[in-house]
Design a protein around this ligand. Structure first.
Ligand SMILES: C[C@](O)(CO)[C@H](O)COP(=O)(O)OP(=O)(O)OC[C@H]1O[C@@H](n2ccc(N)nc2=O)[C@H](O)[C@@H]1O
Ligand SMILES: Nc1ncnc2c1ncn2[C@@H]1O[C@H](COP(=O)(O)OP(=O)(O)OP(=O)(O)O)[C@@H](O)[C@H]1O
Length: 298
């Protein structure tokens, strides 16, 4: 029986500007990340006495992953134990079950969200302070810190400088992934090789936020996802996904998230997104694609 369970929500970059490159090769970013209702499910129960923390995989995308020590869920458990030393060594083994519902390597931070979710569950299970999770998160991946709170956030630095986003309007979202895995390092490498950092004036977020979807879209229209052309060059089907999204009823805005290949479309309401998903499923081309439609988290 699961003692604790939590959801690892998909992270969507509504825009993503690459603003520079550090000596170590990591890129400086400016991005507005939001979280969708879609997500993986993580369950935790106490494992047998004296045994190591363990992971079982279930769900539609489990076959694309190994439940080994490289899985970000077990990496999170290991890193948390290491950082808390003897205090963590006294804690019981965690038996974790990940229901993998989000496509892997798809630009919506699935692995990062799983790692952050594991940190939330384990700090609770082992009665550790949340600061322990915040301390470990950046060591697991650039997207892990933002996935800890799962709230709309401006990401700067390499993804480690986080500021709560001003209020966003309610909106619906459709996510579509064409089933091609895209490796984040390879897309950043392509960008670096083409010297492709677009100089831009500093971007100001309105302090009062965006009261309507129109206001948000007017803002997003001045922004881009700088990784999108590089992802399309590697996986041209992303352009087909974007063209298809543009033709769906009541779509207000569409773009690729993160390093791809998942693309999103925005709607006034979650119901409109769900109806657009029905239209999408009438198209032959979309039969092999993964999709999700519903609300953006507040
Ligand atoms: C593209 C984003 O998803 C936007 O939210 C993130 O920046 C990527 O986050 P992530 O997948 O957690 O990335 P990591 O696993 O930390 O890094 C994978 C690789 O992407 C590149 N990388 C990542 C983040 C960053 N700010 N600059 C980079 O250049 C590096 O080559 C790194 O080795
Ligand atoms: N629990 C996990 N879920 C998904 N991927 C994992 C997990 N553990 C390890 N990985 C590895 O991490 C890599 C990145 O996966 P993830 O799904 O987070 O990519 P992504 O959606 O492109 O992330 P981002 O938007 O942060 O770039 C995959 O290649 C996968 O092998």
């Amino acid at each position: 029986m699961a003692l604790h369970q939590d959801m690892a929500h998909a992270k969507i970059n509504l825009f993503l500007h690459v603003t520079g490159r550090r000596e170590d090769g990591y890129h400086l970013l400016d991005s507005l990340a939001v979280f969708a209702g879609a997500g993986d499910h993580l369950h935790l129960s106490t494992g047998p006495q004296g045994q190591a923390d363990s992971l079982t995989l279930q769900g539609p995308f489990a076959k694309g992953l190994e439940a080994d020590e490289n899985n970000l869920v077990l990496k999170a458990a290991r890193a948390l134990r290491q950082t808390r030393g003897e205090e963590a060594a006294r804690q019981p083994a965690a038996a974790l079950t990940l229901e993998k519902r989000l496509p892997v390597a798809s630009g919506i931070g699935g692995g990062s969200a799983d790692a952050a979710c594991a940190l939330r569950l384990l700090t609770r299970h082992w009665s550790l302070p949340m600061e322990a999770a915040a301390h470990v998160a950046p060591t697991l991946g650039a997207d892990v810190p933002v996935c800890l709170a799962q709230k709309a956030t401006r990401m700067e630095g390499i993804g480690d400088i986080l500021t709560a986003a001003p209020p966003l309007p309610e909106m619906g979202m459709l996510l579509v992934n064409p089933g091609v895995g895209v490796s984040t390092p390879s897309i950043f490498r392509r960008l670096a090789e083409t010297g492709g950092i677009t100089p831009r004036p500093p971007l100001a977020f309105p302090e009062a936020g965006w009261p309507t979807l129109d206001a948000l879209i007017a803002f997003l229209a001045q922004t881009e996802n700088d990784l999108q052309p590089h992802a399309i060059a590697q996986a041209p089907v992303i352009a087909t996904v974007l063209e298809t999204l543009a033709t769906l009823p009541q779509v207000r805005f569409h773009r690729m998230s993160g390093s791809g290949a998942t693309c999103f479309a925005l709607f006034e309401t979650a119901d409109q997104a769900i109806r657009a998903a029905d239209h999408l499923m009438d198209r032959d081309i979309a039969q092999a694609w993964w999709h999700w439609a519903g609300p953006v988290l507040p």
